[in-house]
Design a protein around this ligand. Structure first.
Ligand code: NAP
Length: 561
């Protein structure tokens, strides 16, 4: 009864270190870990102990006998990662455990190591988790919104609730007595980098990649154009995107780019609104989807099927929940690629594509069409979007797709951080293992660190940020131990006074817990995991109902002043 990793795998590798026989690969120290679409359990080596099940933050692992029908394909996918061998013959890697990187050991100075983390998404939370493994370290986390957890709250699609379970781990980190939330506080507005550096030994930016990569073709300014990432934020109730004009009155939506974000958007646009009503989708997005006239979402890729950007687990999930079709010419392209592709993973994707229905069938319910080898040329108006024009990739032949909404989903892009160097082409802050480096001088920028998408670019999964943040924390602690970081201008609590002076509406962990509880209570009435506030004033009102800080915490704060 071996265990099996399924679609929700977040790649944070907690399971790898929990496994007593090293049967989960790739491990973070193995080549391919950073680019692996998921982790895989070797069914021959698995001893069925269940340690991985308890370690997994998103409930992605189960014994093969307890899988839901939709999860059955993952038995073969896990096994296919390992070579065939006679029954009972285990692989050499099972003889050694994955090396656990020891926690960075800290030698505290006059004040305990005090770190500001900017952002509160997965990279930020994993960095805080790692820092707090050492006694004494203080972590202050600054987040622009009144609510934490970044893309887990505002980016993960509402029908992927299991992926959002990672917030249980983040809640534990946030409850740590040496951790402070400063929510509703914007660095670059309420506080500067210099303010943070005066009150912390180091500032670790985990601010992600909040911008979209833009497609520079004619017509992208027309009403009816937008980006998939904006739509995801709207669907998820991000307060800055609540009023996004999303016109679903046309029968066809075109999405350019075929990564996992395009899949998320296409799934939601074609889903049964009654199903979505059981998730934490924002109320206004749900209302718009109930009135939607969309019948077909076409996901367009400029390259062929073998170069698809989506991952195998997401393709399996999509084809199990939505009607997905290809037209006849694209079926031919799939067959062509199947005949020439060596990669086992790509072949699995192509095999699934080859079994999809034909687009010539009449549309009976909203469906998704995958289209290949179409290079975007221009969006056609005149007043608003009516169609999108493409050239057949590698030729001059023009093809037109009528559409009422055109979304680009061609990746995220990082945003420059005030007072830090920025590589605009890559959309990242130049760094060496997380230490910010000024490219002009080649010298480190004292006290400045990065992790997550602003460090490595917008790739990977939620859990990929665990090893990424671990590396940054090791770099930071090495610099602190070597005396390369400055000292604090005042006691560790001085920052709290400064923040309250600059932003009286700062929300702390208790305030967030009150917002969280209120949203969960609002959702419970309708059988939903939560009903999100989308207006910042409502969030502030909910936070204001939080009970005062317990006495022991107030006393601790007094001691630390
Ligand atoms: P992505 O995976 O990088 O896909 C970008 C897509 O845009 C590709 O198809 C790419 O095609 C296309 N593209 C780029 N420039 C283009 C251009 N000028 N014209 C036409 N097409 C262009 O990006 P993403 O979907 O935004 O995902 C970002 C990351 O988040 C990925 O690592 C993804 O796996 C992750 N994510 C994961 C999940 C999940 O696990 N459920 C959900 C959402 C996001 P080419 O390949 O031809 O360049």
């Amino acid at each position: 009864m071996p265990h099996v990793i399924t679609q929700a795998c977040c790649n944070d590798a907690s399971c790898v270190f929990a496994c007593p026989v090293n049967c989960i690969h790739p491990t973070p120290d193995e080549p391919g870990f950073a680019t692996s679409e998921m982790l895989y359990i070797d069914p021959v080596a698995c001893v069925d102990c269940g340690a991985c099940v308890r370690a997994c933050p998103v409930e992605a692992i189960a014994p093969d006998t307890r899988l839901a029908p939709k999860q059955q394909p993952f038995i073969a996918i896990n096994a296919a990662h390992y070579p065939d061998r006679p029954a009972g013959v285990k692989l050499p890697p099972t003889s050694k455990l994955a090396p656990v990187l020891p926690a960075a050991e800290i030698r505290h100075g006059r004040y305990p190591l005090t770190v500001a983390i900017v952002g509160s998404g997965p990279a930020a939370m994993y960095a805080a988790d790692e820092l707090l493994t050492q006694p004494g370290v203080l972590v202050n986390m600054f987040e622009k919104l009144p609510t934490p957890y970044g893309l887990v709250r505002a980016g993960v699609a509402p029908d992927h609730q299991r992926t959002k379970l990672v917030t249980r781990l983040f809640d534990k980190v946030a409850a740590h007595r040496r951790f402070n939330f400063f929510l509703n506080v914007e660095v670059g507005n309420h506080l500067s980098h210099a303010d943070l550096l005066a009150h912390h030994h180091a500032v670790l930016y985990a601010s992600g990649a909040p911008n979209d990569r833009r497609l520079r073709i004619d017509g992208m300014e027309l009403p009816g154009t937008g980006t998939a990432t904006e739509l995801v934020a709207w669907i998820n109730g991000h307060p800055e995107f609540t009023d996004l004009p999303v016109d679903l009155s046309g029968e066809r939506v075109v999405i350019v780019g075929n990564g996992n974000v395009a899949f998320d958007v296409a799934r939601v646009l074609t889903a049964d609104p009654d199903e979505l009503a059981r998730t934490d989708i924002s109320d206004n997005a749900l209302a718009a989807l109930r009135d939607s006239r969309v019948q077909e979402v076409v996901i367009v890729a400029r390259r062929g099927p073998a170069a698809s950007a989506f991952t195998l687990p997401e393709l399996i999930g999509l084809t199990q929940t939505a009607e997905v079709v290809l037209d006849a010419a694209d079926h031919d392209r799939v067959r062509r690629d199947l005949a020439t592709t060596d990669s086992a993973l790509t072949r699995r994707k192509l095999e699934i594509l080859s079994k999809l229905g034909d687009a010539s069938a009449p549309i009976t319910r909203p469906r998704i069409r995958l289209a290949y080898e179409l290079t975007p040329k221009r969006v056609i108006g005149p007043q608003r979007v009516t169609a999108m024009e493409f050239t057949r990739t590698g030729t001059d032949a023009v093809e037109t797709l009528p559409a009422g909404l055109v979304l680009t989903s061609i990746g995220y892009h990082g945003k420059a951080i005030a007072d830090l160097p920025f590589d605009d082409d890559a959309g990242v802050v130049p760094n060496d293992a997380g230490r910010v480096v000024d490219p002009a001088s080649g010298q480190p920028v004292p006290g400045a660190y990065v992790s997550g998408w602003i460090k490595r670019g917008p790739t990977g999964f939620i859990g990929t940020n665990k090893s990424d943040s671990l590396q940054t924390v090791h770099t930071l602690v090495a610099d602190y131990n070597a005396g390369r970081l400055g000292e604090l201008a005042g006691g560790p609590r001085a920052i709290a006074r400064l923040v309250h002076a600059r932003q009286p509406e700062v929300i702390d962990a208790a305030g967030w817990k009150a917002i969280d509880a209120a949203e969960i209570a609002r959702g419970a009435a309708d059988g939903r995991p939560r009903d999100k506030f989308v207006d910042i004033r409502d969030m502030l009102a909910a936070a204001a109902s939080a009970p005062p800080e317990p006495l022991h915490r107030r006393l601790l704060n007094l001691v630390q002043r």
